[in-house]
Design a protein around this ligand. Structure first.
Ligand code: C2O
Ligand code: CU
Length: 457
């Protein structure tokens, strides 16, 4: 494998994820507002973004497990918006889905979010209105919920990985929600950043142990990530601890997925280490780790599982209700018709209204939910992808486990990558009352019909 530098490099880091100024107001604000970032080399000038508190990523929110998040969301954008707290088993009224859990926050308006974080782990927040545009413009930030007892690591770092579509003046390209993107793989970018930095470098020492929180915030890109000069062990996926941590070779993160990796630096001074992304035959360095010295490895304990988060037990799966979910449509998908708001429409008509995907025959949000569950009921959801593209399916307000063909349970997650032609089953306890979205996190797919909802009461 060869590691080649990107040819389009930022010369300086305009922002890092850490270090937002402390606000001293009684009620902390989270302001969605335009900002500027020096993404590309200096002679390009700054890129205009939309960010929480005007930066990319937005201000890090970090608190202890079980603590309360209170933020007045202020919308200083020219568009209506909202905030979704991705992966949090949240009070439904705080989930941030316009039309389902709250009214959209108009330009100039505000909304007070107030919720408890029951599970430790790596989460994130992002716009949930016109997300295919607003997230593409930079409206996301990290939400880190710390375990009660901190891990024995030298540093705890959050790396939000994004790909942007920039034009040749290094501004964010328009054409948000274009049907060609929405009906294919989504809005793929041409410029990758980590924490809003195309050339992120950190210093580290040989034998240093890092906890890295990797978050894929891209609209559509599936990242395949790996390390050179470092050995990693995955301890959590989508914020939730693995019962058995797994050595990392390469890890695939669909949009919105996260991985917590304990990384031991093995490179020696002069060698350097990297986080790279693999794209077909090529690997590209995303973060360069410069080795500045050495610390002793002798006191290193083996990596242990993180303490489990409280979760309802799935119970007896053989008696659980099964609700199959069929994904259809998109380019080369062969879908002929689907129901849109109660009316059956042919593909041509669907497309003219901006829809091209269907879940169980419905394009866009159906009037009746995919399922109504009573609180505490276990649901099994076999998801069949009959389209020509992969999809990252996200369930709000809950964590699910994958059930494999042999009935074995996978780790808890909130977003599942389902490749074309696959059927993958998830099971969860519907233990959080309210109306919850289930959608593809390739945001253009969601815009073009790949979303539904469930009601838990
Ligand atoms: Cu991260 Cu409905 O979204
Ligand atoms: Cu999709």
């Amino acid at each position: 494998m060869t590691l080649s530098r990107r040819d389009f490099l930022a010369s300086s880091a305009a922002f890092s994820a850490i270090g937002a100024p402390a606000l001293s107001k009684a009620l902390l604000e989270l302001i969605a507002t335009p900002g500027e970032v020096q993404f590309a080399p200096d002679d390009y000038g700054k890129t205009k973004i939309w960010g929480f508190d005007g930066i990319v990523p937005g201000t890090e929110i970090r608190l202890k497990q079980g603590a309360r998040v209170q933020r007045r969301f202020v919308n200083d954008l020219p568009q209506a918006s909202s905030v979704h707290w991705h992966g949090i088993r949240i009070d439904n009224a705080m989930d941030g889905v316009p039309g389902l859990t709250q009214e959209v926050v108009a330009a100039g308006g505000s909304f007070d979010y107030d919720f408890i974080t029951p599970d430790a782990g790596t989460y994130w927040y992002h716009s949930h209105n016109q997300s295919w545009e607003q997230v593409a413009r930079g409206l996301y930030g990290p939400l880190i919920v710390e375990e009660e007892t901190p891990l024995d690591v030298d540093r705890d770092l959050t790396w939000m990985i994004d790909d942007w579509r920039l034009d040749d003046t290094a501004q964010i390209a328009g054409g948000f929600g274009a049907m060609h993107d929405n009906s294919h793989a989504g809005r793929l970018g041409n410029f990758v950043t980590v924490n809003g930095d195309a050339d992120l470098r950190i210093d580290a020492k040989t034998n240093e142990r890092l906890r890295l929180r990797l978050i894929n915030t891209a609209n559509a890109r599936i990242f395949t990530l790996g390390f050179q000069g470092a050995s990693g062990i995955v301890v959590a996926l989508d914020g939730m601890p693995l019962e058995a941590p797994e050595p990392l070779d390469q890890i695939v993160l669909a949009p919105a997925q996260r991985a917590d990796v304990i990384v031991d630096i093995t490179a020696k001074a002069g060698d350097g280490a990297v986080l790279y992304m693999q794209d077909r035959e090529q690997a590209y360095a995303l973060v360069e780790i410069l080795i500045t010295g050495e610390t002793s490895a002798s006191s290193r304990d083996p990596v242990l599982p993180l303490p489990p988060n409280p979760q309802s037990s799935l119970g007896d799966l053989s008696t659980a209700r099964v609700i199959p979910l069929l994904m259809e449509g998109g380019a080369m998908g062969g879908l002929r018709e689907a129901t849109l708001r109660g009316r059956s429409l042919e593909m041509g008509e669907l497309v003219s209204q901006g829809f091209v995907w269907a879940l169980n025959g419905n394009a866009d949000m159906p009037e009746t939910p995919l399922l109504r569950a009573s609180v505490g009921e276990t649901i099994r959801l076999p998801i069949t992808n009959q389209t020509a593209f992969p999809h990252g399916m996200h369930l709000h307000g809950h964590h699910f486990r994958e059930v494999d063909a042999g009935g074995r349970l996978g780790p808890y997650r909130d977003t599942l990558l389902v490749n074309r032609g696959e059927t993958r089953e998830i099971a969860f306890v519907a233990d959080n009352p309210g109306r919850w979205l289930l959608h593809c996190h390739m945001l253009g797919h969601q815009a073009a019909g790949m979303k539904t909802w469930m009601e838990v009461a």
